[in-house]
Design a protein around this ligand. Sequence first.
Ligand code: AMP
Length: 543
Amino acid sequence: MTLTFASLGLQPTLLNTLNELDYDDPTPIQAQAIPLALSGKDILGQAQTGTGKTAAFTLPVLHQMSGYALQTLILAPTRELAIQVSQAVYQYSKGMDLKVLPVYGGTAYDRQIRRIKKGVQVIVGTPGRTLDLINKGILRLDDIRYVILDEADEMLRLGFIEDVESILSSVPKTNRQTLLFSATFSNPVLRLAQNYMQDPVHVEIEAEQVTADNIDQHYFVVRNADKVEALSRLLETETYQNVLVFTRTKVGSAELAQTLIDRGYPAVAIHGDLAQNERERILRGFRDGKLNVLVATDVVGRGVDLSDITHVINYDVPQLPIDYVHRIGRTGRAGRAGTAMTFITGKEHYRIKKIESFIETKISKAKLPTGEDVQTARDTRMRAKLVAHIDKVVQDGTDDFELIDSLLADGYDAEQIVSGMMAMLRAESNDYPIGEIRDVHQRSGETRREKRKRKRKSNNREKYDDANMVRLVMSVGKSSGVRPGDVVRSIASTAQIPGSSIGAIKIQRHKTFVDVPQTHVQAVLTKAKTAHVRGERAHVQRA
Ligand code: AMP
């Protein structure tokens, strides 16, 4: 049975929050530390960042807190970590009416003092500034019941030992619970524990090997809506043997596998609910080379033993840095080279940062293949296939002499015949139409002026109401891979009307309906009578 947050004994408000944050199950350090901390024990926790240690100490403390006094003091070695931990506490305490404040040096005291005077229940501070505020009589420690030392080894390494000891001796001893987390337990850390903690229980999770030198690691910034297209492009352009694609949810993995199958890729999803024999059948297909793209979630990905995985693609970036390590460890086995690619949305840069600091390696940002790259890769594959056939007929001869002779006799030359055959091949190929991917940075790099302009433009759009619109029809549709953006671009540029004036667009298989304001119809029908959409000529007329 897998442990749940509820079975660890956390209260409903916290469970709700964790649910909202999409935390499915406790991580190993959480599963060990939370029940012990809830039973009031002092804890010596050995865990690296990226293992979920912040929640491991924050959740049980939040569960036990009540009232408005300053009750919890968290010490962290750096300003960055103090801010990060206070953000985590803030996030986990949603709905609990708690105030948390980070305090650190290098900034003015006023604001911090004002906030403390207004009332806070949790302080997350660097040792130096925290001690200053205590000495100034601003931080009152009488009601402190929970003290947490985060990354204790790092605090000592940075020379904060005396500050930390002064702080710990100023906090009341009775009724105090002390939690100390550290990646390593050197003697000074253990001495600190011995002097300032009550019979601490030691919990630890195995330190993981996090090096992956022979794995090429990249990430791509891509909107959620464009991920399928992005993945398809990688599958078209990368040279791979087997690919393991990780999604965050089980449902997501099944849906993604189906979408890939619909696009013609040999994909399959594997998840925990499958019967054992079904799972084995899938894995056999994978080993035999009949299926090359396996879509999985973390839980399953960890359990399956597959060699020859050349690529791991994180379709959804893992929440836990340690899971990133587990995932990419599936490739680059036995000293072979491997590639790990990770999709992040524009808001997920911080996740890459966390992973990078966990693995102590930079993950390079890469550009997705363009539509042209995909076409080139397809052409190269087609050429290779063709050459193989040509070589074979050169060697074995052909039975098609009569057909070839009759074509030549009709006056077609070799180039024309080959061109016709190529067109036939292309028409019959099952290649999925290449779609578009919107540049994520288009918006984020926007200046204020550009933003105002964009807003004004979208307001303008509302001025064209339905009554003044005329419906036109174009002779291209889904079968040519047409997307709304193509239609707008094509009509707006050819007829020289504002793109924002174009109304509803309905794309069918072989045709597309588009609404244009009455005032612009004439311009469109004269200038854009034949427009170019996705490289095809389209006729435009009244619907
Ligand atoms: P930490 O080791 O505390 O720095 O946490 C690393 C990351 O894991 C943070 O971004 C957390 O939001 C995330 N995290 C912590 N616990 C869980 C969990 N049980 N499930 C999913 N993500 C988690």
